[in-house]
Design a protein around this ligand. Sequence first.
Ligand code: FES
Length: 321
Amino acid sequence: MSTHDTVVHAITLASAAGTSRLYELRAADPATPLPAFEPGAHIDVYLGPTLIRQYSLLNSPDEYGRYLICVRRDDTGRGGSTAMHRDITVGGRLRVSTPRNLFPLLPAQRYVLVAGGIGITPLLSMAEELARRGADFTLHHYTTADAPLRERLRASPFNDRVHPHDSADGDSIRTGLPAELCTADPAALVYVCGPDGFMRHVTEAATAAGWHPGQLHLERFTPAAREPDPVTDGAFRVRVASTGDSYPVPAETTIAEVLTANGVDVELSCEQGMCGACLTPVLAGEPDHRDEVQTDEERAANNQITICCSRSRSPELVLGI
Ligand code: FES
């Protein structure tokens, strides 16, 4: 994946208590502009040799030359947000990937955007774009007292389409869906981003209300919870094409762990199927994809696999390494 050197141009508070910050990134070399992006896109931010985190771009895609990301500090997390808040200062450098979009805005007559907390970030960029197009949309933002970007939404030119839902007032997604989601509309698409439980609740309730699964689009920050699969959770083998060596991959062990234990160099970062650092070519066999980085088309091609978390549907996978 190609990367770009940026400089941190500005850092501002995105929530009253300061738990969320906005980072404005610009090209380190002004002669090499940052690649354009689409609403819903995210970038990988390289915080260290083994610390890569994904952040949605929340500014308008029309704003060439800068990336705006929002980071909510979570000291109980895996370290990415803490490192951003602790180590990144104005004027510092950050390496980022080319924007990638697994959450594209598809054509529809109407859009319903549903954000939980920090999940507002990709939906804000979408709302900017939909407002620019003059599209029919509403944005539901489920918040807490220190939710990020509340003031920015209030000040937006489309604030009449923004419906804040404050949990302090008892208005949470668990007390009920927004009224417009209680009846399915075949002309509409629904975009949802937030914590895993939040998205699960929206999709289950919306599906029960008659929305077709194809109308519901989700963006994840963490891997989806997965039911055990007696077929693909079991053992299989991997063969390294360059050497011909074949290794058993027991249940409960990842391909990456097996390769590393046998002295095969592999690139790893998130180890959760979220960053794509470990994508490895597949020459034969059928992967059981468990990542969140490949598009449906890329998964269907079955020619690469995230070896940190994905498994195999066939007895053996041959890897192009
Ligand atoms: S290490 Fe991030 S997807 Fe595998």
